[in-house]
Design a protein around this ligand. Sequence first.
Ligand code: NDP
Length: 283
Amino acid sequence: MTLLDGKAVQQTVLERIKETVEGMSEKPGLAVVLVGEDPASQVYVANKEKACTKVGFYSEKIELPATTTREELLAVIDRLNRDTKIHGILCQFPLPQSLKEVEDEVIRRIDPRKDVDGFHPVNVGELATCTRDACRTGLIPCTPKGIMVLMQEYGIELAGKHAVVVGRSNLVGKPVSLLLLAEDATVTMTHSKTNNLAQVIQMADVVVAAVGKPEFVKGEWIKPGAVVIDVGINRTDHGLVGDVEYEAAKEKAAFITPVPGGVGPMTIAMLMDNVMKAFGRSK
Ligand code: NDP
């Protein structure tokens, strides 16, 4: 069994970006908007800032109170859309309860050229209609893209393989299914209404678990020699746990991501990569 070490690949990606940025007179800029005081969001934003510093980007953190109104938040987005120092804008979700309904509006308000999360319908549309090359150059959501780059770094061949994606969220399940399809995998997207999920997973050469339930995918469901990508981040009394029953699954898998240290670090690396892309496209 080979561990898919997202931390190590993250370092390689960040090093590569840092070297490129060192030679640039104008630096790519990322603005991160954080509304309220959700502790998990604060950790994610701090990690993103750390990565920005590491690669030498210009970065701005805009912290707004939970009492921020829809109009105030949209005005911040508009200002960042106009700011020429900023090439990427990210608004950390979830927004506080009072702004929950505004999330979709925020996604649509960000200039698609600065949408480094890849959530704007223009970028989602490009991903849905893209060829394999376009998939590599577009602003693609960071977690799905990180999963693909991680497998690529380990030389995992996807053409003709049966990939089973568990989960169909706009954030992970749907976009990763499209990317797998673009790499010529045969893709089955499953969800909470899927019948006989265990049997479906037993046929998978590649399993991507993005469910949000600790150890939901059982080790005994994994086909010997499969590639197992665990996207889940579940905080439990025993610490961070993925969506896959790791100890049992690693006995069957040929490749598996640890939690933490697998997909998570790749998400940050791909955010930096998207900022570079957005910067390049702005020129
Ligand atoms: P969502 O809650 O948006 O989606 C979960 C998906 O799982 C849904 O499509 C749901 O199906 C499906 N599901 C729920 N129960 C079952 C079931 N019993 N059988 C089959 N499918 C089921 O979650 P996200 O996609 O946003 O995130 C998934 C996990 O990944 C979370 O733990 C999250 O924290 C983590 N995550 C990690 C990231 C990283 O960087 N490592 C980044 C983003 C997320 P249905 O649509 O039918 O309800």
